[in-house]
Ligand binder design. Structure first.
Ligand code: C5P
Length: 290
């Protein structure tokens, strides 16, 4: 018997956590959005999205951080699904299951990554052409959604929506540490003081030593304002900096998650074990850049 092409099936997509390896503020648009110069990468750790055919669009959230995510129309992943459906001809539905493993309002692009993963999953479920350009739709959902849709290491410009993908990138071990304090992105941007920087020239990202050397001259310009709003960011950074084998400790996005880059995966796991023991209230994940 020929396969039924309409047979219900499940499509799964990863929603990797995003880290801002550096984030410089280079200006401000009249609408208040900040112009950025930065480098983003993604980790092997992240949320998970699963979509199955249904008549309408709906979402259910589970996983360790589910309680902090709305499962209604205000959920960015569901908004992405609605926007995608409205763009297409057929008005199809789907049930979305989101496994929320990444802390919320944490500087790891969780909501944007979920929305991007839903766009990828639904275009597969609904059998849209693979080359359908979703950049503008992604950008309309949030400044970070296009980079999450691309899902690859990239230099970013504009408000974060202009991407120059990195040809190659080291799969460095990385430790993510969040002190359990949610930070609102608009508040952190608003609290930030200081001048604009000039954008940096492009630099090579292919090997770990070169990347770490180039990153040494960069920083995250939102760190000071995040530390004012959440002083525990400073404590996390101190602990990561002091961890044996940590070559770079920095905050991601608007915080409060910070990361440590460790060329040796064993050092990263040992640091994770120690931090979990000594700071049981912190969220700690040892993973890799992908
Ligand atoms: O685009 P998104 O909804 O993710 O942005 C959330 C908020 O973060 C914006 O309303 C703005 O206050 C701030 N933001 C910014 N500059 C950016 C990105 C975000 O000021 N490039």
């Amino acid at each position: 018997m020929a396969a039924d092409v309409r047979r219900p099936r499940t499509v799964r997509e990863a929603a990797p956590a995003k880290v801002n390896l550096f984030l410089h503020l280079v200006g401000r648009r009249p609408d208040g959005y900040h112009l950025l110069d930065g480098l983003v990468a993604f980790t092997a750790f992240g949320d998970r999205v699963e979509v199955t055919p249904a008549d309408d669009l709906s979402i259910a959230v589970d996983g360790p951080f589910a309680a902090q995510v709305p499962a209604d129309g205000s959920n960015l992943a569901l908004k992405a699904a609605v926007a995608l459906r409205d763009l297409g001809p057929s008005g199809e539905g789907a049930h979305i299951r989101l496994e929320k493993r990444v802390p919320v309002a944490a500087g790891l692009g969780g909501g944007s990554g979920d929305a991007a993963a839903v766009l990828r999953a639904l275009t597969r479920l609904w059998r849209w052409p693979r080359d359908h350009d979703l950049h503008d739709l992604a950008a309309s959902l949030g400044a970070d959604v296009p980079m999450c849709l691309a899902g690859m290491p990239a230099r970013i410009a504009g408000i974060g929506d202009r991407l120059s993908p990195c040809a190659s990138f080291p799969s460095l071990p990385i430790l993510l540490v969040n002190p359990g304090v949610p930070l609102g992105t608009p508040e952190v941007f608003r609290a930030r003081k200081g001048d604009w920087r000039p954008a940096l020239p492009a630099f090579a990202t292919d090997d770990a030593d070169g990347l770490l050397a180039a990153l040494a001259d960069t920083r995250n310009d939102l760190t000071d304002s995040a530390r004012v709003l959440a002083p525990s960011v400073g404590t996390v950074l101190e602990r990561l900096t002091a961890a044996p084998g940590c070559r770079l400790a920095r905050m991601s996005g608007s915080g409060a998650t910070c990361f440590g880059l460790f060329p040796d995966a064993g050092d990263a796991t040992r640091a994770a074990r120690r931090l979990r023991r000594e700071q049981p209230g912190w969220w700690v994940a040892a993973t890799r850049l992908r």
